[in-house]
Design a protein around this ligand. Structure first.
Ligand code: HEM
Length: 403
């Protein structure tokens, strides 16, 4: 594979191959032609310690879909649904077609790094009689003063994140997930996102968002000794009844609209001051390259801090938040032009952590009080999901909760 082993920030660089559970494969059902390139041929494993789609390199296409259990559906129906979804995920992530009524949308493609990641929302537990198994970490997120949240596009009993490096492969998986929901669950909301295509840049690098910033530099790296502790729920020491979350992670999902017309009017120097990093290469304003540590105490000749007191990268830095850290793994979105003529575009911000109270919540509280970026963004929807550990061989996702 030409792109092998080049994972950048947190192993999430676009086009990088070699993250946890990623292997090369070809279409193996014997029906369609093998994918021609390493992009199509890359397979992410379904049976792994942590579900796929968390430390997997960012894919170029993403769909987020949340469901509510149908009236009358309970634990039995939910269990059967997770079994069906797990079967679909295993087949499609391996590049195999679905028996029976496969739509054949992805027929000629390889697995294309497809991942399906499944999570449970707070409301799932009451509806299935599993309230005693609900982790405290799913307590509702606090309100933030800058929230403009649409409840119809927030939360949900069940959540599926789909990512792939091919749009048809991603859509194929989305349709399969929706169809398998059958009578058991109804779609609550759905969002579509994207990142840069693998191969579009000369070398794998951290992605850019729709404001043009290099985004993801400060992410915890899997090679760091405390990475697992920060991102994944420990294997032991869970309260009674909640052992099922061992090896899992909590996903905070925020649809964050970017006020691009305002942002793009801002001169580049001012844009850089908002973040505290250079636009060109993501380096801190205090110098060096993208991965040089920012010098937060440094003052310029005028005596002012070089990285401003309200710069986004200062306020969100772990050392400013008692060590609070999260793994940000977003997709950009663009849903056309709103009635007022502004683009309905921004970030499907997804962050992963072992505990939202030691990740998203303290950082967002602080950003809410005075982040220079907040003038240019609007949080429009929110979700919090418990994503259990990866299924063992022969298991389905969530089996340790549901059986
Ligand atoms: C850093 C953009 C929302 C947490 C950054 C950086 C950029 C950025 C460009 C600097 C490069 C990097 O380290 O990745 C944005 C944009 C947002 C957004 C455009 C909204 C549309 C958020 C939110 C949170 C957050 C909602 C969490 C509550 C962080 C963290 C860092 C960071 C933890 C790394 C700080 C460090 O390690 O020094 N963001 N961000 N960001 N952002 Fe955001």
């Amino acid at each position: 594979l030409g792109t092998a082993g080049a994972a950048g920030a947190a192993g999430l660089a676009l086009g990088a191959v070699g993250g946890a559970g990623v292997a090369a494969a070809v279409n193996s059902d014997g029906e369609g032609p093998a994918a021609l390139t390493s992009v199509g041929a890359t397979e992410v494993m379904f049976h792994v310690k942590h579900q796929a789609g968390i430390t997997t390199p960012l894919q170029s296409r993403g769909h987020l879909i949340a469901f509510d259990l149908a009236p009358g559906a309970g634990r039995k129906e939910a269990t059967a649904l997770l079994r069906r979804w797990s079967h679909v995920a295993k087949q499609l992530m391996a590049g195999r077609s679905l028996a029976g009524d496969d739509t054949e949308v992805a027929r000629d493609a390889g697995p294309s790094s497809l991942t399906l990641t499944f999570g449970f929302g707070r409301t799932f537990f009451d509806r299935t009689g599993l309230t005693a198994q609900r982790p405290m970490e799913l307590d509702p997120l606090p309100d933030f003063s800058s929230d403009h949240l649409d409840p119809r596009r927030s939360n949900g009993d069940l959540w599926v994140q789909i990512g792939a490096d091919d749009a048809l492969v991603a859509f194929h998986a989305l349709r399969a997930v929706q169809k398998e929901a059958g009578e058991a669950a109804r779609v609550r909301w759905q969002m579509n996102g994207f990142n840069r295509s693998p191969g579009a840049t000369a070398s794998p690098m951290t992605t850019r968002n729709l404001m043009g910033q290099v985004d993801g530099t400060g992410n915890p790296k899997p090679s760091e000794p405390d990475f697992d502790k920060r991102i994944f729920v420990p294997e032991s020491g869970r309260p009674a009844g909640q052992e099922w979350m061992a090896g899992g992670s909590y996903a905070v999902v925020r649809r964050i609209r970017m006020l691009l017309d305002d942002w793009e009017k801002l001169p580049r120097g001012d844009q850089e001051a908002v973040i505290g990093r250079r636009k060109k290469d993501g380096a801190p304003l205090t110098g060096g390259d993208e991965f040089t540590e920012p010098d937060l105490a440094k003052a310029g000749p005028d005596g002012q801090l070089v990285i401003a007191a309200d710069a986004h990268s200062r306020i969100s830095a772990p050392e400013q938040n008692g060590g609070a850290a999260m793994l940000r793994r977003p997709f950009s979105y663009h849903d056309g032009i709103s009635a007022d003529g502004t683009p309905d575009a921004g970030l499907l911000f997804i962050c992963w952590q072992a505990d939202p109270l030691r990740g998203f919540v303290p950082v967002q509280r602080k950003l809410d009080r005075g982040d220079a970026l907040s003038r240019f963004i609007r949080h429009e929807a929110s979700g919090l999901f418990a994503v259990p550990g990866g299924p063992g061989e022969g298991e389905y996702v969530g089996q340790r909760l549901l059986e």
